[in-house]
Ligand binder design. Structure first.
Ligand code: NAI
Ligand code: MG
Length: 366
């Protein structure tokens, strides 16, 4: 049977960009013999409007069963005053938590045609293609004890950085697996010079490497030096693996090396399922963009590239993923720009649909 995909368009520009992704998915079925069993459901505010909850139990169960989930975006001003327990974001958080998506992949990929859009020099970013793997379910954002306590006559804010060997082990494996599908190089970042969790992190990553991934080139770097190297010469990296806190900062910084929010895909992976594929949720980094929703202005590329990540990391179709990326590169090189990709030159923007049309045409020509 065909691999299965659950599509959750969500709110705001989510359904608009997902409409273009659905056309790309259909294209692969028609033209490349790569058909998916696609089902579609509601999430976020859309699910709240229909069912009074941002994610129904049925949708949650479906997400656990399929080979990959593709999500648009959730949220919007209409839902800002809802009770916390039914806010749109809770739907997404429930998916991440119940699927136990501990490995968050954030690529920083710079299309040549957009290299001048970066705040760094063209030669530093042109052709950049790296992935930051951020541990997503543990570390200082979750460690106990935490809280604000009274100590003498002042208050103390406390968070605890805490990593078990098995938590480090599984995210390290996920990074090595990823590297094997890319440039076969992993750089692990921590601060083993000043943190116990960093010492353990380095030790466990090295052990996983030596035992099971000796073919992958592994290096270690202190995270502060890593931040500096990311800005100085990011092309030295392929896959970077790091903890939740450092990954939060490093992935935001790295992503912005390459330009617009409308270009950035992501993946969140969990443990392997019975069929060997990891539990997986793919989504653009951007939100529901209420300021432009319903106007046909949204850039669909981040969501389309999220599907390309699904092809590469869930379905072992790296060449087909590359086909999408090459099509994106081509339309950008031809000068097509959605509104978010226009600097000062005064280029006329294209619509979401026109960008989708152009990418399909480039796929046809590939
Ligand atoms: P946002 O990412 O939705 O928008 C930030 C800015 O970038 C806006 O000016 C928007 O127009 C622009 N933008 C974003 N994606 C774009 C695209 N594909 N094409 C063209 N322009 C694009 O972040 P914001 O405004 O902070 O949040 C809006 C809503 O989205 C909120 O309800 C927030 O909670 C939610 N949100 C949801 C996320 C998710 O579903 N994963 C992530 C971030 C925010
Ligand atoms: Mg962040």
């Amino acid at each position: 049977s065909n691999p299965s995909l659950l599509i959750l368009p969500g709110d705001g520009i989510g359904p608009e960009v997902m409409a273009e992704v659905k056309r790309v998915i259909d294209w692969f079925g028609d033209k490349r013999g790569l058909a998916f069993d696609v089902s579609e459901d509601l999430v976020g505010g859309a699910a709240y409007d229909a069912h009074g909850t941002p994610l129904t139990d049925e949708t949650m169960a479906k997400a656990q069963e399929v080979d990959a989930v593709l999500l648009g975006a959730v949220g919007g001003p209409k839902y800002d005053n809802l009770d916390f327990s039914v806010k749109p974001e809770r739907g997404l958080l429930r998916l991440r938590k119940e699927m136990d998506l501990f490995s968050n992949l954030r690529p920083a990929q710079c299309f040549d045609a957009l290299a001048d859009f970066s705040s760094l020099k063209r030669e530093v970013v042109a052709g950049l293609d790296i992935v930051i793997v951020r541990e997503l379910t543990s570390g200082i954002y979750f460690g106990e004890p935490r809280g604000i306590i009274k100590e003498g006559n002042e208050r103390v804010g406390i968070n605890t950085q805490r990593y078990t060997e098995s938590e480090i082990d599984r995210v390290a494996r996920s990074a090595f697996e990823l590297a094997r599908k890319r440039g076969n190089k992993v750089c692990s970042m921590e601060k083993a010079n000043v943190m116990e969790s960093g010492i353990l992190w380095r030790e466990v990553v090295q052990k996983v490497h030596d035992e099971d991934y000796p073919d992958v080139e592994l290096s270690h770097m202190y995270a502060d030096a890593g931040a500096m190297q990311l800005c100085r010469w990011p092309k030295q990296f392929d896959v970077i693996v790091t903890d939740n806190l450092f990954g939060d900062l490093l992935s935001d910084a790295a992503a912005m090396l390459t330009g617009s929010l409308g270009m950035l895909p992501s993946a969140s992976l969990g443990a392997p399922m019975a069929n060997g594929r990891p539990k997986a949720l793919y989504e653009p980094v951007h939100g529901s963009a209420p300021d432009i929703a319903g106007q046909g202005k949204a850039n669909p590329i981040a969501c389309i590239l999220s599907f390309a990540m699904a092809l590469r990391y869930s379905f072992d179709q790296g060449d087909e993923a590359k086909r999408i990326e090459t099509a994106v590169e081509k339309v950008l090189a031809d000068g097509l720009r959605t509104a978010d990709l226009i600097g000062e030159e005064g280029v006329e923007p294209v619509s979401t649909r026109q960008m989708g049309d152009a990418i399909l045409a480039a796929l046809d020509a590939s």
